[in-house]
Structures are given as C-alpha cells and as structure tokens.
Design a binder for this molecule. Sequence first.
Ligand code: ZN
Ligand code: MN
Length: 258
Amino acid sequence: MASTRFLEDLDAHSYADYTSTGQGLVLIPTGATEQHGPHMPLGVDAMLSRAISAAAAEDLDALVAPVFAYGYKSQPRSGGGNHRTGTTSLSAQALIAQTKDVVLELFRHGIRRVVVVNGHFENYQFLYEGLDLAVREARAGGLDDSRAMLLSYWDFVDDATLEAVFPDGFLGWDIEHGGVLETSLMLHLHPEKVDMSRAPDHPPAELTAYDVFPEDPARTPGSGCLSSPAGATAERGELLLSTVRSGIVRAVTSEFGK
Ligand code: ZN
Ligand code: MN
C-alpha cells in the first residue's frame, strides 16, 4: 500500500488496489467544531479522533477517512452547551445522513469493514443510526458481508490508566470537556496548539440532572471547560494514547480479524 494512511492523501488508483483485496478496513474519525476553553482550539474533538484513528490504523493496516469536522449539538452537561460562540453544530438529521452516505460510499468502493471512531460525546446515537441504516441498506442491496463498528475512544481508557491520569480521583467522563483527558492528549499529539498559560483552574462544573430550553449560560462555567485542565501533561497524554490505541486495536481485531 502507498505510504500514507489518510484517504485524502491517497490517489484513487492506489485506493482501488487496496479495496480490490476484499480485506480493506477504513476508520472514520468523527469530531466536532466546538469551544474547548481559552487554552485549546475549536477542532480538538476532530484532531484527537483523527490522531487516535491514525495510530490504530498503523497496527490494523487500515486507512483513515477524512475526519467529520462537525458534530451534533454540544450539550451543557457534556460539552459546555451549544449557545457558545465558535461551537458550530449539525442537526441530528444531517449527522445521520452524512454517516449513512459516507459509509455506503465506502461499501460501494469495495470496503466491507468500517469503524467509526467517535471523539465527540454528543455524536454517538446519530452515528449509531447512520451506521445501522447504511449496513441494512447495503445488505438489502446484496452486499451481505458489509459490517461496521462504532466506538468512542475514551471508553478504552482502563482503570489503571485512569488512576495514573487522575491521581486525586476521577470525577466522570461527562465533565471531561476541555479538562485533563483532552488537554493531556493534545499536549502529547499537538502541543503547539495548546496554551497552558490560558488554562482555567476552577472547581468541576456542578451539573443538574436535567436540561432546560432555551439554555441558561449561567448553568456552566464561563471558561467553557467543565473541569480544570490543570493536571494535564504530555506524559499523561502519551499514556492515554497508548492505552486507547491498544484497546481499539484489540477490539477491532477481535470483531473483524486482522
Ligand atoms: Zn472535546
Ligand atoms: Mn465534544
């Protein structure tokens, strides 16, 4: 195969050679355009899912599709809320349709195994719907061996890694927006895009057990982070990446073979 794993960098003829083996595997990273506090850029979720996909693709001999740069609406209890400037989201219908369309195109090319690697909490159910519709439609059309997987990368962080990354105790994935997890991964993968001198340090957001419409911006910290990134380090990011990478590779290998 050509030297790149990124589909957008590959010429169509080399890609056709890859798909013609019948053994092709494509990872689709999905993210969001969403505020991540004063210390990190809007593209964090997309950058992290793309980098994690690229790392896993090395071990899986897979290709990485162009990242989904927009995601479903940011919610106050997981991403700070969709009212914030910079956050630029899709409707559920748009994300479902985009997922279904792209996966059906990969199946048309001859790819039979697709993995969607999610990097934005709010996307999950709509990616699920798009994948379910695509696999049903492909199979109804005669591509009976089409298969897909869906995962969110943080679900592969094991207990030992959690203890190492959060020595003072882990407070839950819902408030890890712009916090230690994402900031550590960014410090390892894209340090030039993080400005720790601007990182906020405040107590974790106190979230209600419900949502309100329209959203009241006073319900979440003004920084845009749901917890403090103060404990983030590149070393913790390196550990997170290696745990997530090996966990994803194990899961994909066990479902799809090598
Ligand atoms: Zn994020
Ligand atoms: Mn997000």
